[in-house]
Write a protein that binds this ligand. Structure first.
Ligand code: FMN
Length: 154
């Protein structure tokens, strides 16, 4: 087995929380992508990072100072996670009634919404590490986070 195969199988043992990153592009059109690479960095300043594949549609819309939201999904949002991670279902991404797309698109019924501004973009081979400066955050009181382990939702 290659190093990549062993690494992939090792990483499949992690339990991931599933989020959807959402924003608007320069024309005001909304984008959404399923992500598991969200990690908090610090509280001062409040900041997080996400690793975004350069081949994804949202990638080139992520400019310094542009705004985005990280929507932490709950257990009944597996369907939306599948839609936002399937390049053939791009047209379905904003059909869900729970999207508010007036300003920065966000999901009203997510476990949490973390509103950010892009503070730093670091290219690393196939991916860009996006550092977000947190501008606002809210959360639901019940905890029912959608998780992903070994390639499956749990
Ligand atoms: C659970 C899960 C987590 C994912 N996490 C990431 C991630 O952190 N970064 C990323 O670039 N793609 C991630 N993906 C893959 C993208 O969601 C997928 O490739 C998507 O179709 C790319 O967006 P596009 O179709 O708009 O180009 C993840 C997919 C799943 C199912």
């Amino acid at each position: 087995m290659s190093i990549q195969d062993n690494f992939r199988l090792a990483m499949r043992r992690y339990i991931y929380s599933v989020s959807i990153m959402s924003n608007k592009d320069e024309n005001g059109d909304p984008n959404a992508i399923t992500v598991s690479s969200v990690t908090s960095i610090s509280m001062d300043p409040p900041s997080l990072l996400i690793c975004i594949n350069k081949s994804s549609r949202i990638h080139d819309t992520l400019k310094i100072d542009s705004k985005f939201c990280i929507n932490l999904l709950n257990k009944n949002q597996e369907g939306l996670s599948n839609i936002c991670s399937d390049e053939d279902r791009y047209e379905e991404r904003f059909k869900d009634d729970n999207w508010d797309i007036e300003q920065i698109p966000y999901l009203r019924n997510a476990q949490a919404n973390i509103f950010c501004k892009v503070d730093k973009l670091t290219s690393y081979h196939t991916h860009t590490i996006v550092v977000g400066l947190v501008k606002d955050a809210n959360y639901s009181n019940d905890i029912s986070t959608l998780t992903y382990v070994d390639g499956e939702y749990r």
